[in-house]
Design a protein around this ligand. Structure first.
Ligand SMILES: [Zn+2]
Length: 215
């Protein structure tokens, strides 16, 4: 576990919400509808800006359906079955498109330790250290830093009331401490698969995530 402790001290330049500014934006047509994509970073030289996808019909000033999603390239892009990130992302995009809401996509793969360390962790897991993968993902989700970034982005977008798409009570209580008001928690319903059942079980039993695995 020594390397896990060590990586905790690594911080990504874009992790700080202090200097986050809107750098660029454009309409992105997707299979789920048209979204305005906005890139947030401390400078436009940042190659991994945080992203907001705002549905083109989102009405400013109204409570928004919001998903705060932390990057998981293996799950989001390649539909890895080691976790449920990709499924959660696509479930969220569909709901957000339907309800004209907002997706915040935070670029902090594995709590900012990056894909290299995550692949190393997967390899260790395959060698029998099966808590490492869960630790990485769970660590990513309990990290308070992501909420500051999300709050800064929502403030820039003029959003003060949200309905939060999450199964994670930590996310609700962290955001509740900010100026963003959560008027509802909207669950994400995922059916477990063979390869991620134990990961989901850890999330549920050790992290208090709110879902029924056997539905
Ligand atoms: Zn994942």
């Amino acid at each position: 576990m020594e390397w896990l402790t060590k990586t905790e001290t690594i911080t990504h330049p874009s992790m700080s919400e202090m200097d986050l500014e809107r750098q660029a934006e454009a309409i992105i047509p997707t299979p789920w509808g048209n979204f305005r994509m906005l890139a947030y970073a401390a400078s436009e030289a940042e190659w991994m800006p945080h992203l907001a996808l705002v549905h083109e019909d989102y009405k400013a000033g109204q409570p928004a359906l919001v998903r705060v999603h932390s990057e998981c390239i293996t799950g989001d892009l390649f539909s890895s079955k080691r976790c449920d990130c990709g499924e959660q992302l696509h479930y969220a995009i569909e709901m957000i498109a339907r309800e004209k809401g907002i997706l915040l996509y935070l670029r902090q793969e594995g709590r900012g330790i990056g894909i290299i360390n995550k692949l190393k962790a997967y390899q260790l897991q395959d060698q029998g250290l099966n808590t490492i993968d869960a630790n990485l993902h769970l660590g990513l989700e309990v990290d308070a830093r992501q909420y500051g970034i999300a709050v800064a982005m929502l403030a820039d977008l003029g959003v003060s009331q949200i309905r939060l798409l999450t199964n994670n009570p930590e996310k609700v209580s962290a955001l509740d401490l900010s100026e963003v008001e959560i008027i509802a928690r909207v669950p994400i319903i995922i059916s477990p698969q063979k390869d991620n059942a134990s990961y989901l079980k850890t999330k549920q039993q050790q992290m208090g995530h709110l879902f029924d695995l056997f539905e």
